[in-house]
Design a protein around this ligand. Structure first.
Ligand code: ADP
Ligand code: MG
Length: 240
């Protein structure tokens, strides 16, 4: 079975070590959710997984079915089946979603039709995806556009950083459902970073992991979200 394995991952940004040894395994078809207070390193994890410059991996590994992703260029990581949806999707003037998706491996013969079909599934007007990538889209539309990319590309694993931010309750429901369906349709493994429990009404996590000060400090089942709702992150907070 396919697996995304993050082990002992330490990442420095500038002089500061932000991730101080992250261990996480996401098997295919499972939904793992990372929660944690602001500044705990959640987005840093997403950036390090994409290979963004300035996020220096000082130790650890990230493998997908045994292939070391950290040694690969960002585009290569995508080709090996890892798709990342960042907290702030970038605007890419001059590039249309279809062009980008074909470059990432989508079939040119069907890409337009697949975009339209996936757009409808998340309640996005398809014409928004025939313009330049993310240009003039609202925050919530960009988030849904990322889900459309996932539906077209069918990656083995998807990592989503705050996909729920900026979505109204209907959009949130359709995004959560689309992710859940992806786990059945092609066994997609999902690693979703969020600090809202509301994403989890329709996206049922296999596991929840709490990150604090650059480490996973607790892991549990869906019930952990209720503990967090009730008591906040304070019981899990670590500063050293
Ligand atoms: P989260 O997503 O959990 O809110 P981040 O990963 O964005 O947290 O940030 C973790 C810590 O790393 C914060 O202290 C933040 O200030 C710092 N950090 C993240 N990215 C950068 C950056 N590009 N430059 C400087 N500091 C950064
Ligand atoms: Mg963040």
């Amino acid at each position: 079975m396919s697996e995304l394995v993050i082990s002992g991952l330490r990442v420095r940004v500038g002089e500061k070590e932000i991730l101080r040894g992250i261990d996480l395994t996401v098997p295919a078809g499972e939904v793992h959710v990372i929660m944690g207070p602001n500044g705990s390193g959640k987005s840093t994890l997403a950036h390090a997984l994409t290979g963004r410059p300035g996020y220096d991996v000082i130790d650890g590994s990230v493998t997908l079915d045994g292939v070391e992703l950290l040694e690969l260029a960002p585009a290569e990581r995508a080709r090996h089946g890892l798709l990342l949806a960042l907290q702030q999707p970038l605007e890419v003037p001059g590039v249309r979603p279809a062009t980008m998706l074909v470059a990432a491996g989508a079939d040119p013969a069907t890409v337009e039709a697949r975009i339209d079909e996936e757009a409808r599934r998340v309640g996005l007007r398809p014409e928004l995806l025939h313009r330049f990538l993310n240009v003039d889209l609202s925050g919530g539309e960009r988030k849904r556009a990322e889900i459309v990319q996932m539906g077209v590309l069918r990656p083995r694993f998807v990592v989503l950083d705050e996909i729920d931010s900026g979505l109204d309750v209907d959009a949130l429901g359709s995004v959560a459902r689309r992710l859940q369906e992806a786990t059945h349709e092609w066994g997609c493994g999902v690693l979703a970073i969020t600090h809202f429990r509301r994403l989890l009404h329709e996206l049922v996590p296999t596991a929840i992991h709490v990150v604090s000060a650059g480490r996973v400090v607790a892991s549990g089942g869906p019930e952990l979200a209720e503990t967090l709702e009730e008591h906040g992150y304070e019981p899990f907070r670590q500063t050293t």
